[in-house]
Design a binder for this molecule. Structure first.
Ligand code: SAM
Ligand code: SF4
Length: 454
């Protein structure tokens, strides 16, 4: 009998990419085979994002395309992730051709639903004593240089704009021995870099502090690089700051979203810090790691944002030498208090979209100039890059600061090389390999992999 084929379409963040990888491994262990494209699949699974309305719109337009596939060849359709959790059975009402809906706590049910889940809606939360973090199969990362490792999930903050606490549930940290075990298993198949992920990763509390977790992960033999995302400024401890000075494996890149440069807006966002507190923490960071590439998220057009607030926002962005910014227009999300308060008083007045867009463009123009300047300043220098992809003589990798580098070279995936930078654009650098710094690991044979959890 032909083996059943699945295709996973992932939207959104690294957490979703990681969940998709785990669902793929679970299906493969149950005899399913990955299809190259949706039109060759018996099951299409959409792993969705609800962070902004646009992300949700993308789901519905993709569903429209997969519906045609379903009519043509009977493909089953499952919706997982944040929109699944947010919409539950409403999703089946809006798109009745969807076979099943699967929330982020219920990923283990993917095989039973994939086989026979017509009309099923599995979106319950598991109590912390019952929840088991899905364990990565290191074999899926054999041949890769870099991998995501889940450190925690959910979020206990209540930022007024954010849907994450409703779609990802309460904060839960993964016990550190599981994390370290997974990293060791990944290093054994040749992985050189891990990114520890979680919605609020620096509030980690899985038996040690986040800083202690970084030091434990850094001690895994063969591992060269550690990154993490995403962090809340309130949970930036001095202990974590010290890691940037003391743990050579921790890469000099920190994504620390400020969201806004006006205290009044931060208060309505319920971010629990002031601009001055944020800047104090950033100063501590720059004091121990001068060249650190600091990146951030900014929301423009938050309800009640005045011209003055916007000016303060631009001033903050001018003061902090951000390496890069991810900036968005406020999008009202279901369940959130900002959506409830929107336009109920002058304090929460809706910012007209053209004005929000104009402010966003100013923020982006400011940052783009600066990012381009930083990239251009690297031209002529040598950067240490880890090779992530190789095709013929063309290589792709990331510098220690997390800059994207395309280059001509000969070293294999998993090596670290020096690259002489010859040109730069806003999004990437280009250069030529000049020296091998670190050869790739020799992966362990399959049977010798460490057993991580019984
Ligand atoms: N946990 C991170 C933090 O506390 O900064 C943020 C994670 S969130 C998944 C990613 C980014 O999406 C946020 O930093 C914020 O800038 C943006 N975002 C979240 N909700 C939004 C909304 N309703 N409208 C616009 N942007 C939003
Ligand atoms: Fe959302 Fe981050 Fe705030 Fe949590 S800390 S509610 S994930 S923005």
């Amino acid at each position: 009998m032909a083996r059943r084929r699945f295709y996973i379409h992932t939207f959104g963040c690294q957490m979703n990419e990681s969940d998709s990888a785990r669902m793929g491994e679970t299906l493969a262990a149950d005899g399913w085979v990955r299809a190259e494209a949706a039109d060759g699949a018996d099951l299409v699974l959409l792993n969705t994002c609800a962070i902004r309305e646009k992300a949700e719109d993308k789901l519905y337009s993709a569903l429209g395309r997969y519906r045609i596939l379903k009519s043509a060849r009977g493909t089953r359709i499952g919706v997982a992730g944040c929109v699944a959790q947010q919409e539950k059975s409403r999703l089946l009402e809006r798109a009745p051709y969807v076979d099943f809906v699967l929330g982020p706590d219920q990923l283990a049910k993917v095989t039973s639903l994939a086989a026979d889940g017509r009309g099923a809606v599995e979106t319950g939360w598991l109590p912390s004593e019952e929840y088991l973090f899905p364990q990565a199969d290191p074999e899926s990362s054999r041949g890769a240089a870099t991998a995501f490792v889940t450190a925690m999930k959910g979020c206990d903050n209540v930022c007024s704009f954010c849907v994450v606490p409703y779609t990802r549930g309460r904060e839960m940290s993964r016990p550190y021995p599981e994390i370290v075990g997974e990293v060791a298993a990944l290093a054994a198949v040749g992985v050189r870099e891990v990114t520890l992920i979680g919605q609020n990763v620096n509030s980690y509390a899985g038996g040690c502090t986040f800083a202690q977790l970084i030091r434990r992960v850094a001690a895994v033999p063969g591992l060269l690089r550690i990154r993490f995302t995403t962090s809340h400024p309130m949970d930036l401890s001095e202990e974590l700051v010290a890691c940037f000075a003391e743990v050579p494996e921790l890469m000099p890149h920190f994504h620390l979203p400020v969201q806004h440069g006006s205290d009044a807006v931060l208060r309505r966002m319920r971010r629990s810090y002031t601009v001055a507190e944020y800047e104090r923490r950033v100063a501590q960071l720059f004091a121990v790691s001068t060249g650190i590439a600091l990146t951030s998220d900014i929301i423009c057009g938050f309800p009640g944002e005045t011209d003055d607030d916007h000016r303060l926002n631009l001033e903050l962005l001018a003061r902090i030498p951000y390496d890069n910014l991810f900036s968005f227009i406020f999008s009202p999300r279901p369940h959130t208090s900002a959506a409830r308060h929107l336009d109920e008083s002058a304090e929460w007045a809706e910012v007209p979209r053209p004005l929000a867009l104009a402010r966003l463009e100013q923020v982006q123009a400011l940052q783009q100039r600066r990012t381009l300047e930083r990239h251009r300043a690297a031209v002529g220098s040598e950067l240490e890059v880890m090779v992530e992809q190789a095709a013929g003589g063309e290589r792709f990798g990331r510098s220690r600061e997390n800059w994207t580098v395309h280059f001509q070279g000969g070293s294999p995936v998993g090596s670290v090389v020096n690259v002489r930078i010859e040109s730069a654009t806003l999004v990437a650098l280009r250069g030529r390999e000049s020296a091998l710094v670190e050869a790739p690991l020799v992966p362990a044979p399959r049977r010798a992999l460490p057993v991580v959890r019984a």
